[in-house]
Unconditional design. Structure first.
Ligand SMILES: *Cc1c(COP(=O)(O)O)cnc(C)c1O
Length: 376
């Protein structure tokens, strides 16, 4: 069976072998006589699935015992509230600091304001001249030297890959670079989690909804340094208190069992491909191909500052916006799905996550060339 290439930003394409394995195991998981969906979350079988998923994720990330892995529900959006509920009371001032580089980090900042004294350390909402070019709103990242972090803040939040804007950065600063010593970084890595190695030891919390690059919708992974557990506000729901979830190995209450199972198959697939170093290399090649093609064209354009262009989410516009519908209809016919850009930025967006093969990117480029020839 040949399937089209799916460029959806999320829920997004999954490795075909993962889907095939899930199909083969659907009615009877490895002789248990049950579908994974039918198993008790307290039973031996699901215990194996969940523990293996955690072990494989730890291996992929090279996680030390200093960090707990939590499989939670509610998506990254729920974390916008759960992070302050769990962390803001670490210090008596109840302060948290936020960097704003696009739609997702802005949403996090808005939600956090319900829980304490929230401050913006820097933002890229204004246009700025960089390297002799005018960079528009949310197409660049403020240099770390400009982040005004408060020493009394309980944590510093940022989004390391803005899925909508297409801005990605890996310069997660050290405490020294920030001029603080106990302001742990809290990173929304939803849309590039497991796409490349991260400087994990610089962060206190890394969280990601699985449905972008690392599994199906329904499970949110939270990697949290253990010394940050145990500070939840009294009004934090007990099922969302990180300390409870950690203590019960993500089974404080019924977790999203099937989503954890599929995420586990994705982790195993990544390990079989050679781990994050292999993902890193493959993703670099795919993104370079697409950006090079766009940059060499007069017909397509990407406006993100080159140093912070996302390797996962590539937004682009057509020189003639009135051709958008024709572009999308033709793409669909050519077996290239879900290229419509987010409504807030318009144009197109190609999400090229781990599970998108190079052949998919090549097919997209071929289609873009043909479309330009016939409409340019
Ligand atoms: C998709 C996304 C979210 C929201 O995820 P939900 O699962 O819909 O809550 C938050 N942050 C980033 C970076 C995302 O890509």
């Amino acid at each position: 069976m040949t399937r089209p290439f799916n460029f959806s930003a999320g829920p997004a394409t999954l490795p075909e072998s993962v889907l095939e394995q899930a199909a083969a195991e659907m009615l009877d998981w490895r002789g248990s006589g049950m579908s994974v969906m039918e198993m008790s979350h307290r039973g031996r079988e699901f215990g194996q699935i969940c523990d293996q998923a955690e072990a494989d994720l730890r291996e992929l990330l090279g996680l030390s015992g200093d960090y707990a892995v939590l499989f939670m529900q509610g998506g990254a959006t729920a974390q916008n509230a759960l992070l302050p509920l769990n962390l803001i009371a670490r210090k008596p001032e109840r302060q948290a600091d936020y960097l704003i580089t696009g739609s997702w980090s802005r949403k996090s900042w808005v939600e956090a304001q319900r829980y304490g004294d929230i401050h913006v350390v820097a933002q890229s909402s204004e246009a700025r001249h960089i390297d002799g070019r005018e960079q528009g709103s949310f197409t660049w990242v403020p240099p770390v030297a400009e982040w005004q972090v408060r020493k009394s803040a309980s944590y510093l939040h940022f989004c390391s890959n803005e899925t909508i804007g297409g801005v990605e950065f890996l310069n997660w600063p050290t405490q020294q670079e920030l001029g603080v010593h106990d302001v742990p970084l809290v990173v929304d890595a939803s849309s590039h989690f497991l796409s490349r190695p991260f400087p994990i030891e610089r962060a206190g919390v890394i969280y990601a909804g699985a449905q972008k690059n690392a599994g199906p919708a329904g499970v949110t992974v939270v990697v949290v340094r253990r010394d940050l557990l145990g500070h939840a506000l009294p009004e934090c729901p007990s099922a969302f208190d990180f300390a409870n979830v950690a203590k019960e190995s993500s089974r404080f209450n019924t977790p999203p069992t099937y989503a954890i199972y599929i995420a586990g198959l994705v982790y195993r697939w990544i390990l079989d491909q050679g781990g994050l170093a292999s993902m890193d290399e493959a993703n670099r090649v795919k993104a370079e191909r697409l950006y090079q093609f766009i940059d060499n064209s007069q017909f397509y354009h990407n406006s993100i500052h080159t140093a912070v262009r996302s390797r996962m989410n590539v937004p682009f516009v057509l020189a003639n916006e009135s051709l958008n519908d024709a572009f999308l209809a033709g793409a669909q016919q050519a077996g290239l799905l879900a290229l419509k850009g987010h409504k807030s930025v318009g144009g197109m967006r190609a999400s090229i996550y781990n599970a998108m093969p190079l052949a998919g990117v090549e097919a997209l480029i071929d289609y873009m060339k043909t479309f330009e020839k016939t409409h340019g």
